[in-house]
Ligand binder design. Structure first.
Ligand code: ACM
Length: 270
């Protein structure tokens, strides 16, 4: 199947323009699973709770999710896209998965980053894997990658392709994702954004681009530049992620010894 990402520079608050841009990029693309960045239609750097409330939407009945589901139906493809979700009085940093028949599900970001913690509620969905016609697709959002438990939980639950909508500002993820994929033997598609947002008195946020597609052997199949808009697609075989062996005698899942992974007993010699 063809998995890809669209790395671009969303304009803050201009949902319709950003979505129009996605639609024209995707219409040209030959892709089965497309991953879009975190908060792809709104931009990232919210300055107040009121602004979050104004730009967040219910899922699946909000404007952005309806547009994404419509695009999935029209093209017969799967899309993972990040958006701020409103549920009653709470706000989540979420990502939806849609497919040829429309809405499939939502994941709410587990590990909030920096000023997201001021405005959003930590996700309550837990990590999720959807068994679809093109493979077992899972979602984690940006900073979730920093916690190895995220990808591990997904891989142990049968994930073959981890879609990773992102707005990365720290430099570490692109070099780390090959290890995450290798140690879990899964594919990952990180869709990051580019550009800078400087909407607050605090330091501007510059997004590092460098979106990527990585294989279960840690090979970087696609790597975007740091500062250019690009849609990249690679042919992948999700079923390869089911093989957890690294030689005839080691299977990295069967060889796990969780009984030794609890916090260690620490002796003091002082
Ligand atoms: C991030 O989680 N947006 C860095």
């Amino acid at each position: 199947m063809k998995a890809g990402f669209y790395q671009f520079n969303p304009l803050f608050g201009r949902k319709e323009d950003n979505i129009r841009k996605i639609i024209s990029a995707v219409r040209e693309a030959d892709v089965d699973l497309l991953v879009l960045p975190e908060f792809f239609a709104t931009g990232y750097q919210f300055v107040s709770a009121d602004e979050v409330a104004e730009l967040s939407e219910p899922v699946p009945d909000g404007y952005t999710t309806r547009m994404i589901c419509g695009l999935s139906r029209e093209k017969g493809i799967y899309i993972v896209a990040g958006l701020p979700e409103r549920d009653g009085g709470r706000f989540y940093n979420s990502a939806v998965l849609s497919g040829p028949d429309g809405f499939i599900g939502v994941y709410r970001k587990t590990h909030l980053f920096y000023e997201e913690t001021l405005y959003f509620t930590p996700g309550d969905t837990g990590f999720r894997v959807w068994d679809t016609a093109i493979g077992c697709i899972a979602v984690m959002i940006c900073f979730d990658w920093f916690f190895p438990e995220s990808m591990r939980a997904l891989a142990l639950s049968g994930a073959e392709v981890v879609a990773h909508p992102s707005n990365l500002v720290l430099p570490f993820c692109p070099d780390s994702m090959p290890v995450r994929c290798l140690e879990n033997r899964v594919f990952a598609v990180t869709a990051n954004r580019i550009g800078t947002e400087d909407r607050k008195d605090t330091a501007p946020l510059t997004f590092i681009g460098r979106s990527g597609i990585v294989s279960p052997s840690g090979e970087i199949l696609a790597r975007a530049p740091a500062d250019r808009e690009v849609l990249m697609v690679r042919d992948i075989e999700p079923e390869k992620a089911r093989d957890k062996t690294i030689n005839p005698l080691n299977d990295i899942f069967k060889d796990r010894r969780p009984e030794h992974y609890r916090p260690l007993f620490r002796r003091s010699y002082s």
